[in-house]
Ligand binder design. Structure first.
Ligand code: ATP
Ligand code: MG
Length: 180
């Protein structure tokens, strides 16, 4: 499984619709300061369900919507879609390609989609359990994160190992069953 593409529209500095196409290898994103490199990583975090404005370097969740520039009006919504190559069927869904999308309007209205079908955030989260992908996964290592892992509480470090070992979904199911 690998990230095939990221589509952004109205997300942070990306007013126009832009599609980044990737291949099964290493891709580097380079550009001057403030050109939007980190915004690309923010887009991936956001579509995977990030709910913390702070994690996305904003003050409120609406800050992800293109705020306008001197000669361009603000937009009314932000949209991000990531497409994963799933030909190895690592994601438990019967598709060779999986597209996860999220859209939010200034009114606060929002939606998630998996391959075009509206779904809950929970469905997105569960799809990526034990893959290392996800807002709690280790596929995105942000600034200062290594430091936090090393100096974190043992229980927090344990969560990372659970994810890598592929047992998160069983633990979550057990916790849900015990609540019922
Ligand atoms: P650096 O090299 O300094 O890390 P970078 O390439 O990572 O820079 P980003 O932090 O991704 O840059 O982009 C910052 C830019 O995104 C700023 O110019 C900021 O104004 C713009 N930006 C962030 N949120 C929005 C928004 N909601 N609407 C419009 N522009 C935004
Ligand atoms: Mg940056």
């Amino acid at each position: 499984m690998y990230l095939k593409s990221i589509e952004v529209q109205g997300f942070k500095s990306f007013a126009n619709k832009i599609v980044f196409d990737f291949h099964n290898g290493i891709t580097g994103i380079v550009g001057p300061n403030g050109s939007g490199k980190s915004n690309v990583a923010d887009a991936v975090r956001w579509v995977l369900g990030e709910q913390s404005a702070k994690q996305l370097r904003g003050a409120s969740m609406q800050d992800v919507i293109f705020a306008g520039t001197e000669n361009r009006k603000p937009l009314s919504y932000a949209y991000v879609a990531i497409t994963m190559d799933n030909s190895d069927h690592q994601l438990a869904i019967d598709f060779e390609e999986v597209t996860v999308a999220r859209r939010v309007y200034r009114s606060g209205e929002s939606e998630y989609l998996i391959n075009g079908s509206p779904c809950r955030l929970k469905d997105v989260t569960e799809l990526f359990y034990d893959t290392g992908i996800g807002k709690e996964g280790y596929s995105i290592i942000g600034q200062g994160q290594i430091e936090r892992i090393l100096s974190g509480k043992p229980e927090e470090r344990r969560e990372l190992f659970d994810e890598a070992a592929g047992i998160v979904k069983y633990k979550k199911r057990k916790a849900t069953a015990q609540k019922k």
